[in-house]
Design a protein around this ligand. Structure first.
Ligand code: FAD
Length: 309
């Protein structure tokens, strides 16, 4: 059995593993894909002290750092169930391949994924004009025209944010009204370089073969197809935490995020969580790393206070 079993091999899981292993305790990391979302990222420019890197490079560095320690890395393995141990017993994690791993403490770091539009052009131009994270990619569109798809809080926040760094922002909302908080809508409407189109169903991201050059939508009121000329499309229709397998086992927020306190403790004693799969605000690499480190230290703190076999 492990002292600490980390589920997830992204920035949060890697940090949790390094911090746990440095305490000299038996640590394992289980990951469907080591590196996590980072592997899908081209330019990374906001990991402080690393001015420029890219996803595959950072993913390799995460793995190398974990391998500096005696950590049992189980890559390409998916966790399917967590069975919390009752007082004094091991927690169990059941894998898709049928194996069951036992651990005194568990750190959940399964991350999240952006909800996609599922329209032609979206995959083709991902990273070449199609973006999901304004904090990450906003500055790449300095002075350019962009669209934000989605009129909820995250879409309107993204539009306000992008209005400050890009030339012009068009916000498209599927429904006939924005769903964001009134104060955000008021802020949005006060900006000179933002337009809002409601009842707009995005049907295609257009490009010239190498990068985005426009967007097609249907005006749902008239049924007419319209095209906008622009260089970037930010999709803001939701972030889905990878926590379906935990439903009913521990407390999740209404968005499916694992509810954690300031130490990364979940509603189950001895089970901690970190990164994009949790309620921590702002889903970013540097934040996931910090939260993973916290969860590792919290798991160790839990172990020294608990008498388990
Ligand atoms: P993840 O990176 O999502 O890692 C989750 C891990 O858990 C993976 O190893 C996954 O395989 C594993 N996993 C999931 N479910 C299971 C399961 N059931 N069993 C076993 N393993 C499982 N952030 C920045 O700071 N700067 C950027 O420039 C930036 N650009 C981005 C660009 C793109 C295209 C995307 C998608 C994200 C970007 N982000 C960026 C966000 C950043 O990647 C995330 O905030 C960060 O990766 C979160 O780390 P994490 O460890 O919490 O989760």
């Amino acid at each position: 059995p492990f002292d600490v079993l980390v589920v997830g091999g992204g920035p949060a899981g890697a940090a949790a593993a390094v911090y746990s292993a440095r305490k000299g305790i038996r640590t394992g990391v289980l990951a469907e894909r080591f590196g996590g979302q980072v592997m899908d990222t081209l330019a990374i420019e906001n990991l402080i002290s690393v001015p420029h890197t890219d996803g595959p490079r950072l993913g390799r560095a995460l793995e190398e750092h974990v391998k500096e320690y005696e950590v049992d890395i189980m890559n390409l393995q998916r966790a399917e169930a967590l069975i919390p141990g009752e007082a004094g017993n091991y927690h169990e994690v059941r894998l898709a391949n049928g194996a069951v791993l036992k651990a005194k403490s568990v750190i959940l770091a399964t991350g999240a994924r952006w909800r996609e539009l599922n329209v032609p052009g979206e995959q083709e131009y991902r990273g070449r004009g199609v973006a999901y994270c304004p904090h990450c990619d906003g500055p790449l569109f300095k002075g350019k025209r962009v669209a934000v798809i989605g009129g909820g809080n995250s879409g309107v926040e993204a539009a306000i944010d992008l209005a400050g760094v890009t030339g012009h922002v068009t916000l498209l909302e599927f429904g006939d009204a924005l769903r964001a908080d009134a104060v955000l809508q008021a802020k949005l409407m006060s900006l000179p370089n933002v337009s809002v189109i409601k009842s707009a169903q995005t049907t295609e991201v257009n490009g010239d073969g190498s990068k985005v050059n426009g967007l097609t939508y249907i005006d749902r009121a008239s049924g007419q197809s319209q095209t906008l000329a622009l260089e970037g499309v930010f999709v803001q229709i939701g972030l889905l935490p990878n926590t379906d397998w935990l439903k009913g086992t521990l407390e999740l927020s209404k968005f499916g995020e694992i509810v954690v306190d300031a130490r990364g403790q979940t509603s189950v004693p001895g089970v901690f969580a970190a990164g994009d799969c949790t309620t921590v605000p702002y889903k970013q690499i540097i934040i996931a790393m910090g939260e993973g480190a916290k969860a590792g230290l919290s798991a160790f703190d839990h172990l020294i206070r608990t008498a388990v076999p």
